[in-house]
Design a protein around this ligand. Structure first.
Ligand SMILES: Nc1ncnc2c1ncn2[C@@H]1O[C@H](COP(=O)(O)OP(=O)(O)OP(=O)(O)O)[C@@H](O)[C@H]1O
Length: 274
């Protein structure tokens, strides 16, 4: 694997994914720096989850994925995880019978029956320090011994994020981590994301809550039909007619009207005609 000079923590070049005749990602070039929150938005079916799947090694792709300059696109998902790249899943259910700390310990479990047997034989204990660090980073240290059902919804969502952060994660890809939160919870969630980034973690955030995304992200990429159609700071994206056209299927609408209406409702709507 080659290492080239690159300042980006995460970088993709010409990343493409095809599912039969569907081009789900089309030459996507994206970067995330350490300490940065980058948003990835786009209408339903634009290819956002596919991008996360491809970057983290859960679906086949072509093109390059680099972590701190090192090409990792040939690596298994597990190897990418050990290298410091982690993700959350849209249906990221927590284990209800386990405590918060135990939920994080499960994420550290090495995959495979051999690893499990080796851990049993050696009596290997979960690395408490790594779990504490992740919980402290998201402000959940004092609920480590509680079960998820005892926590507020926003805290439960944050346990899902902590599960991805545990064990030396350098870049985290969050797939709709704030789904279902109300405005107040979502604002608090955004503050916690800022704290995570301030610790030097690179964050890629996918969410339909435009208020959260525009508020918390340093930069945004907009996908439509698998292609990046716009990139820039939140204010630039709000004012970009191509973004509005992608969301509503018409260029004859004022950009701020559309995103403002989505801010009011809190979420984006499916693209027309999709
Ligand atoms: N496993 C798969 N097999 C075939 N087609 C798929 C598969 N996964 C996704 N697709 C297709 O790829 C395209 C991108 O889907 P993807 O789920 O990545 O979009 P998305 O932007 O995450 O959508 P949403 O906002 O609804 O979650 C869609 O046309 C979808 O139908």
């Amino acid at each position: 694997m080659s290492v080239e000079s690159s300042s980006s923590l995460l970088e993709t070049r010409r990343l493409s994914v095809r599912y039969g005749g569907v081009v789900a990602n089309d030459d996507v070039a994206l970067t995330v720096e350490a300490g940065e929150i980058v948003g990835l938005i786009g209408p339903n079916g634009a290819g956002k989850t596919t991008f996360v799947d491809a970057v983290t090694g859960f679906t086949r792709s072509t093109g390059e994925v680099r972590l701190a300059g090192q090409r990792i696109d040939g690596y298994s998902s597990h190897r990418r995880r050990s290298g410091g790249m982690a993700r959350t899943w849209q249906a990221g259910e927590l284990f209800g019978d386990l405590t918060v700390a135990q939920n994080l310990a499960v994420a550290l479990q090495r995959p495979g029956i051999r690893a499990l047997l080796a851990d049993i034989i050696t009596g290997s204990a979960p690395p408490v320090e790594a779990i504490d660090t992740a919980l402290e980073m998201v402000g959940l240290a004092d609920v480590a011994d509680r079960r998820p059902s005892e926590l507020a919804l926003g805290q439960q969502k944050m346990v899902g994020v902590a599960r991805a952060l545990v064990g030396g994660t350098r870049v985290v890809l969050l797939d709709e981590p704030a789904a279902g939160l109300d405005t107040h919870e979502s604002q608090h969630f955004g503050e916690e994301l800022r704290r995570i980034a301030a610790a030097g973690i690179g964050v890629l955030l996918i969410d339909h809550d435009m208020s959260l995304v525009l508020d918390v992200c340093d930069r945004l990429y907009v996908l439509d039909f698998g292609k990046v159609i716009a990139t820039g700071k939140p204010q630039q994206i709000r004012d970009d007619p191509r973004v509005v056209a992608a969301y509503l299927g018409s260029p004859d609408v004022e950009p701020s009207d559309v995103l403002d209406s989505q801010l009011t409702s809190g979420t984006t709507s499916p693209q027309k005609g999709r």
